[in-house]
Ligand binder design. Structure first.
Ligand code: ADP
Length: 268
């Protein structure tokens, strides 16, 4: 009987191990599939600006080879497009590299900071963008915590990304940033705009790499890469935060990022 109960417990252990292995296997398959999907999305994204660069460069050379009927205006325009598409490609590659780095491990440099100081410097970065579009950029730090434990550079990246999106996707009205303190040792950055809004069906997908609700047909320096929110979501998670979006089409959007005031992240 003693042997029986020993065998029984061994069998149970083995069964548990088998279940764990199956789970790990499923997780691995999911990860491989996700990375294959991202790779094919990236390949697709690279094709458009590259095709454009090759097309305009080719056009430029053929213009150059014409004996006398050179249209210098047209040549200049084609070279400008080569440049714009080249810059866009570089942005795409840089953002993708950052996203991949995050899959390994981004090292965080946690320190105690006054969020108001960080908000001030981000405001300086985005204010010219808002001014060019005639938008009312409001900042409300009245309920901000005195100090928070965070990685200042990463937080600046998150905030700049969300605010510049809010400005880019708003044609008139306002963009507002509010910093709030909660009872449960958490604090939030709330970024609202009176912009184009995001359709309910797209709200779950905007954090996926390369997802864009609609894109313009030409690739130029202004065009987004569809990676900004994926990078933001990754950084927020890394810093033990949560990001939420609420939005109404043609009315505007609100992105809320909530962090613990003292996250349990070490600098090692
Ligand atoms: P992109 O480079 O295209 O802006 P993001 O990852 O930053 O990429 O955003 C993904 C998509 O989410 C955008 O293409 C846009 O359609 C939508 N989006 C993001 N922020 C806003 C906003 N504040 N208002 C409306 N749409 C937004």
């Amino acid at each position: 009987q003693c042997f029986d109960s020993y065998t029984q417990s061994r069998i149970e252990e083995l069964e548990q191990l088998q279940t764990q292995l199956q789970l790990t296997n499923q997780e691995l398959t999911r990860l491989i599939r996700a990375s294959q999907e991202n790779m094919s999305k990236l390949t697709h994204e690279l094709k458009t600006p590259l095709t454009s660069i090759i097309g305009y460069a080719d056009f430029f050379i053929r213009q150059q080879q014409k004996p006398d009927t050179k249209d210098t205006e047209l040549q200049l325009e084609s070279i400008k497009r080569v440049l714009r598409n080249g810059r866009f490609l570089l942005r795409l590659i840089n953002d993708t590299a950052q996203l991949q780095q995050g899959d390994g491990h981004i090292k965080l440099n946690m320190e105690l900071i006054d969020p108001k100081v960080l908000v001030r410097s981000v405001r300086e970065i985005v204010e010219p963008l808002a001014r060019t579009k005639g938008l009312d950029l409001r900042v409300d730090c009245d309920r901000a915590p005195q100090q928070v434990q965070t990685d200042a550079l990463r937080l600046q990246q998150i905030l700049t990304n969300l605010l510049s999106n809010a400005i880019r996707y708003t044609e008139k009205g306002f963009v507002e940033l509010a910093v709030e303190t909660h009872q449960d040792h958490r604090w939030s950055l709330v970024i609202s705009d009176s912009g184009i809004g995001i359709d309910q069906s797209a709200q779950d997908r905007i954090f996926e790499p390369y997802f864009q609700v609609c894109r313009s047909s030409t690739s130029d320096a202004e065009q987004g890469t569809g990676l900004g929110l994926a990078v933001v979501a990754q950084l927020v998670e890394l810093m033990q935060g949560k990001i939420l979006v609420t939005s109404k089409l043609d009315h505007g959007s609100t992105f809320t990022v909530t962090f613990p005031i003292e996250p349990t992240i070490s600098n090692a």
